[in-house]
Ligand binder design. Structure first.
Ligand code: HEM
Length: 505
């Protein structure tokens, strides 16, 4: 890869950079290093805690974005003894993200915490050769033909959500938006991941979900914690977490055993795996795959964790933004009714024609990316922008900064889905816009679930707009929805009131 080679070519010696003359190693082909990490601006830090006192962990992304606005696209800060370089320049970000897995990895602390919690490692956490093998196996399951075969199961889940919302509308009950959408995405992903009808939409006793809900926030809290208190004192929450991890692992082992038994009983399933777990088992059993049950288990868990909050939170933001922009909502609804009528089945082909709805999703993710930052770590000395940064440095990739910059998007603070409607619809929207707004990441580790996520989102929004009018979406304090970070970023406490539309609309 040229970019990676360029970065490697311009590695600077870690020591002995005593003057700017030595730093400026420009040739025609190489990035120019004019500054060192120590030269970068950044907020004043205190001894021991660094900048910890200036951030609220539940909205830390906002503090770091404010620093990017104040200090520019390259800056430094410190949380306890962890030193970060903040990078908000989209070109530098995509160069870094493309230099994976060789030159750049996810923060090593994430992997340490994950393993320490006893979780099996999947593609999100794996690095190097292990990541390459796992990524191949996972991608086998995301093959568009598999996703298409799985679509009827997705439709059933959407119908169950419709039923749940009909009931709430008839009883005049406010719907807790994000938790209901989590049920939708949990059921959707469970069906895809291991072919199980996990019906959280129609029951309130889904055990695996209750345990997963404890694991995701705990990973985030431990990665962000300045001190590993859980290693010194086991609090009740830590003991509950251990139990949840054990339960989830046992449940996943059960799903693997069932899937293996099905593959043995019906060898024809090997040629046309019915779900991601079947597909991963077949790929893992292939000669020289180098993968075992632990890898398969790690990736079932990864799908459950990576595919739920992300899609549910994005949908929550999208519904919230549509409600606040009635003309946009009316245009999206007109497109849905044109494709399906006011009672028609929401078929796969029709969803493919919902260009405006898809543009609404892209615009939502530009303004409200559920991964507003990525934590990366340099595996070798690297020049980022014009800064020489030593190996081992932690990079806080500020993903939203450029998306809100007028230099890249006219009227950048406004919700205007039209901007994504290039000649060929959102899929072909101006590549410059797509290079700046990267809600699914970029490079070899770009989100493998992105097409599935867009499909789920279009299906859910089509169901909502076809069947219901939104009477209101309330926030806890009546002000604009607040952003909360818990690994992913979600709106706080939205409650939606619906009215069922009559057949004539
Ligand atoms: C709107 C929904 C979603 C958003 C915004 C989203 C966003 C992201 C982002 C930002 C990353 C990191 C990419 C990078 O490092 O460059 C990622 C990785 C990943 N996502 Fe998603 N995601 C979504 C839905 C899903 C779904 C539905 C699944 C699976 C069912 C999924 C599975 C994964 C996996 C396995 C990775 C790790 C890939 C790797 O490290 O190789 N995501 N996602």
């Amino acid at each position: 890869m040229d970019t990676a080679r360029n970065i490697l070519a311009c590695i600077l010696p870690k020591q002995g950079l005593s003057s700017m003359d030595q730093l400026d190693t420009t040739t025609d082909r190489q990035p120019v290093a004019k500054r060192r990490l120590a030269d970068l601006p950044g907020p004043r830090s205190l001894p021991i805690i660094g900048n910890l006192h200036q951030v609220d962990r539940s909205a830390m992304h906002l503090s770091v974005e404010a620093w990017a606005r104040e200090y520019g696209p390259f800056f430094r800060f410190r949380i306890g003894d962890r030193r970060f370089v903040g990078v908000a320049d989209p070109e530098a970000l995509s160069t870094l993200m493309r230099d994976r897995p060789a030159g750049v990895r996810r923060g090593a602390k994430l992997e340490r915490i994950w393993i320490e919690m006893g979780l099996p490692v999947g593609v999100f956490v794996a690095e190097g050769e292990a990541w390459k093998r796992q990524r191949r196996m996972v991608m086998a399951g995301f093959d568009p033909a598999h996703v298409r075969e799985y679509f009827p199961a997705l439709q059933r889940v959407a119908t169950r959500l419709q039923g749940r919302w009909s009931k709430a509308a008839a009883q005049g009950q406010a719907i807790p938006l994000q938790p209901d959408l989590m049920r939708f995405t949990v059921d959707a992903i469970a069906g895809l991941a291991f072919g199980a009808e996990v019906n959280t939409l129609e029951s309130d006793t889904e055990v695996i979900q209750a345990h997963l809900d404890k694991i995701f926030p705990a990973i985030f809290n431990r990665v962000m914690a300045p001190l590993p208190i859980w290693r010194w004192i086991k609090r009740p929450a830590d003991r509950q977490l251990d139990r949840s991890v054990a339960e989830v692992k046992q449940a996943i082992a059960g799903f693997i055993a069932q899937s293996r038994a099905r593959l043995l009983a019906e060898p024809a399933r090997r040629a046309r795996p019915a779900n991601l777990l079947d597909a991963m088992l077949v790929a893992a059993e292939a000669n020289a795959s180098g993968l075992g049950d632990a890898d398969v288990a790690g990736n079932v868990l990864t799908m459950l964790l990576a595919g739920e909050d992300t899609t549910a939170n994005t949908l929550s933001w999208m519904i919230y933004l549509l409600h606040r922009h009635p003309e946009t909502l009316a245009r999206a609804r007109a497109e849905v009714l044109d494709a399906f009528g006011d009672r028609g089945e929401l078929i796969h082909e029709g969803l493919g024609r919902l260009n405006y709805v898809e543009a609404c999703a892209h615009e939502t993710m530009r303004l409200k990316p559920v991964a507003p930052f990525l934590g990366l770590e340099l595996q070798h000395d690297t020049v980022i922008g014009d800064v020489a940064v030593p190996r081992g440095t932690l990079v806080w990739a500020v993903m939203r900064h450029a998306s809100l910059d007028e230099a890249h998007f006219a009227d950048a603070g406004s919700f205007r889905p039209e901007r994504w409607l290039g000649d060929g619809g959102p899929a072909h929207a101006a590549s410059s816009a797509k290079r700046v707004s990267m809600p699914f990441g970029a490079g070899p580790r770009v989100c493998p679930g992105r097409y599935l996520a867009l499909l789920e989102m279009k299906l859910c929004i089509a169901m909502l707009l076809q069947r219901f009018d939104i009477l209101g979406i309330d926030t806890p304090d009546g002000a604009a929805a607040r952003e909360q970070l818990q690994f992913t970023m979600s709106p706080v406490g939205l409650r939606m009131r619906l009215r069922e539309r009559t057949a004539a609309g």
